[in-house]
Design a protein around this ligand. Sequence first.
Ligand SMILES: Cc1cc2nc3c(=O)[nH]c(=O)nc-3n(C[C@H](O)[C@H](O)[C@H](O)COP(=O)(O)OP(=O)(O)OC[C@H]3O[C@@H](n4cnc5c(N)ncnc54)[C@H](O)[C@@H]3O)c2cc1C
Length: 414
Amino acid sequence: MTKFNIFSLIKNSLSYHENWEQHWRSPEPKKEYDIVIVGGGGHGLATAYYLASEFGITNVAVLEKGWIGGGNTGRNTTIIRSNYMWDESAKIYEHSLKLFEGLSQELNYNIMFSQRGVLNLAHNVHDLQEMSRRGTAIKLNGIDTTFLNPEQIKEKVPLINLNGRYPILGGLFQPRAGSARHDAVAWGYARSADKLGVDIIQNCEVQGFDIKNGKVQGVKTTRGNIKTKKVGIVCAGHSSVIADMAGFNLPLETVPLQALVSEPIKPVLDTVVMSNAVHVYLSQSDKGELVIGAGTDEFVSYSQRGSFDVIEHIMPPIIELFPFTSRLRQLRQWGGMTDCTTDRSPIISKTPVDGIMINCGWGTGGFKATAGSGNVFASSLAKGEMHPIAQPFSIDRHYDGYLIDEAAAAGVAH
Ligand SMILES: Cc1cc2nc3c(=O)[nH]c(=O)nc-3n(C[C@H](O)[C@H](O)[C@H](O)COP(=O)(O)OP(=O)(O)OC[C@H]3O[C@@H](n4cnc5c(N)ncnc54)[C@H](O)[C@@H]3O)c2cc1C
């Protein structure tokens, strides 16, 4: 594999960058694999990479019905943070953040991880109380977080309007949080997994399972049947569709979530600002566009687009908080299908079918977990037992009541 460094850059510049090698192969599916991963998003690719790199299991296929990273991985607003309320969440999101911190070096692929910090705004006394509680819980878990008063916020974000219709009374700031380039994360994992021997098979839709006596024997795909004794399902918005093929139900619903970007402007914002109360957040991309995210649509849908009223709902608060945006044109808008559980925490679990494990339910906030989720899911698949960090996220919690309620704790989950 070509190493990306100054020498390879110079060498390839001599041939006008036309001779870089392909990042990953496009192999024909084999008849049998030790492990099949269904879904070539960031989580599926990360799982395959850690299976090969940490557990030496390389006879692995990632089956993707479209192109890798074309699902929510390539559609999200790329915010990475670990300031979650509950211990179980803190463990997995912090595990992920730590892996992200070394990922560009580990993969030798620039994922453009920018630790520019994430600021959550408080607009009323209730927000302040919630922040005080959450901030204390976060600190008890050893995760960086700091409370900022309105003057400190103004210093950090000079263009913010402190005294509008949504007055700003304070904010919770995580300095190590930030953003990364979403498709670079998918491509970086894909390239490294491929080099370790993993087969990444695109345009290969899983349409059913071969299950005998409650045990998985293989998967049925648009490119033929593939034998395997172990399957990891990592299909985000399509998780319940795939689970149905394997004969079990999932306690989640798929709803659209959308985002939009403005025309590019000069640098105006060097952190991420989120407001749970008004359900918007924004950051500025390297290209200069303001990346704006909203809440979910309130109906179940598999269309990869959101409804217009969500955009109408978020624009007034954005203009209140950042009056300079009132004359900014919006460039484009898109949506993804998010798999939301009632407690807004993921499901990483064994299933009723022996040999099939599932990793889903990341809903509106799973990009930040890509590295950690892939890492603990790989361990679970390799050992046949759930990794300790993954254990609390079993499907069973929806039936025994041990929910990890980040819906109430974090408001906006992204
Ligand atoms: C607008 C938007 C903004 C978001 N913002 C953030 C954010 O700022 N921060 C954050 O942490 N998270 C965010 N998220 C959530 C985040 O994008 C997801 O939780 C995360 O990307 C899920 O990754 P994944 O690999 O599990 O899923 P995906 O990337 O969706 O991958 C699943 C893959 O499975 C494939 N697949 C489905 N069915 C089949 C089949 N039958 N056979 C084969 N393949 C199949 C799909 O084609 C898809 O490529 C956002 C999501 C959206 C939509």
